[in-house]
Design a protein around this ligand. Structure first.
Ligand code: PLP
Ligand code: COI
Length: 344
């Protein structure tokens, strides 16, 4: 079935694959995990995930290399972030080795769906953890489901490295300073649906959120972090208690440092946008998408070249994707090659 896919023209859309893997937490322990072919669950109508949003997900990718091996990018980081999210909304943690084992098992069972080398596609891996048992008072579930589904994907935004435009919507915030913006709970994405639809209606691919207290500092986009190259050729990215720590961003920072591009992580006032040479949205799904214009209150700020990607962000993009596909060496130990001995 995997072989009938038009690999070159994949978007970021749901495609059913052969199976997913499911674990159940009951009486304080995780089950062994089973591969299931039907993409449906028999779920209690009072499950806490459905009523109270006790649900968290992750996103990571696997790639076919030129050598035919399948490489997963930094799965341990996703395991750790999911554990942090689980703690924040009172769910049991998925042990790191179980998380990685689940990914390896579900990839091996869906090998046909990993896009061939050179097509630009990837296998998107979506771990999901949620409260599955009934509760009507607001309290944590007693039972949980952890599952991992996989699907082949292409670019999140059409056009790959073509720049997109972003808008700041003054009437919306993504996350409160001491809320759940720094973890990957499902409700964060429900909250982004309306502003995202408004941004889209106005002709923007992405919405850029500011800090919810003052609307002074840049936070992040709806599904990705904000990164930029400023007038001093420094890689800058915001810090805040309500930004999701992006694994892609962390990777770009390591690569930048090793290329002698200074990295600055600090609060970034919105006013600094007028000094930027290059800007981008980074994350697993969007990879590193150039953003060349930001509009706020009807005023437009140019933050990158008209066409294509800026020079520095492009080099960072080439390096991170080179490691992911196995085209460049991986000095950081980021790759888990599921076809050879474990390396990370
Ligand atoms: N910020 C938000 C809100 C996200 O949903 C994502 C995607 O996971 C990211 C940032 C990027 O994180 P990562 O690079 O780990 O995929
Ligand atoms: C990802 O980049 O993996 C995400 O989780 C973002 C989005 C598709 C929700």
């Amino acid at each position: 079935m995997g072989r009938q896919i038009d690999w070159e023209n994949l978007g970021f859309n749901y495609i059913q694959t052969d199976c997913f893997i499911k674990y159940v937490w009951q009486n304080g322990a995780w089950s062994q995990g089973e591969l299931l072919t039907e993409p449906y669950l028999n779920l209690h109508i009072a499950a806490t995930a459905l009523h109270y949003g006790q649900s968290a997900f992750e996103g990571l990718k696997a790639f076919h290399g030129k050598d035919g091996d399948i490489r997963v990018f930094r799965p341990l980081q996703n395991a750790r972030r999911m554990a942090r999210t689980a703690r924040r909304i009172c769910m049991p943690e998925v042990p790191e080795d179980m998380f990685v084992d689940a990914i390896e098992r579900v990839i091996q069972a869906n090998r046909d769906y990993v896009p061939p080398y050179g097509t630009g596609g990837a296998l998107y891996i979506r771990p999901l953890l949620f409260g599955s048992s009934p509760q009507i008072g607001v309290s944590p579930a007693e039972e949980y489901i952890f599952l991992v589904m996989v699907l082949p994907v292409g670019p999140y935004y059409k056009g790959g490295l073509q720049p997109v435009r972003a808008v700041v919507l003054e009437d919306y915030d993504r996350a409160a300073p001491q809320g759940v913006g720094n973890v990957k709970v499902a409700g964060n994405y429900a909250a982004s649906l309306e502003p995202h639809a408004k941004a889209h209606e106005q002709g923007f691919a992405v919405e850029l959120y500011l800090d919810s207290k003052e609307h002074t500092y840049i936070e992040e986009f709806g599904t990705s972090n904000f990164v930029a190259i400023n007038g001093q050729d420094r890689f800058i990215t915001p810090t805040s208690s309500s930004i999701l720590p992006s694994i892609t961003n962390d990777s770009l920072q390591h690569i930048a440092q090793d290329m002698d591009i200074p990295v600055e992580k600090r609060p970034i006032p919105f006013d600094e946008v007028s000094t930027l040479k290059e800007a981008g949205a980074c994350g697993t799904a969007v990879v590193l998408t150039p953003v060349n214009e930001i509009v706020r209150n009807g005023r437009s700020y140019r933050v990158g070249p008209e066409q294509g990607c800026g020079e520095k962000l492009e080099v960072l993009y080439e390096n991170v994707t080179g490691i992911q596909h196995g085209d460049k060496p991986d000095p950081y130990g980021w790759i888990l090659n599921v076809d050879s001995a474990r390396t990370s």
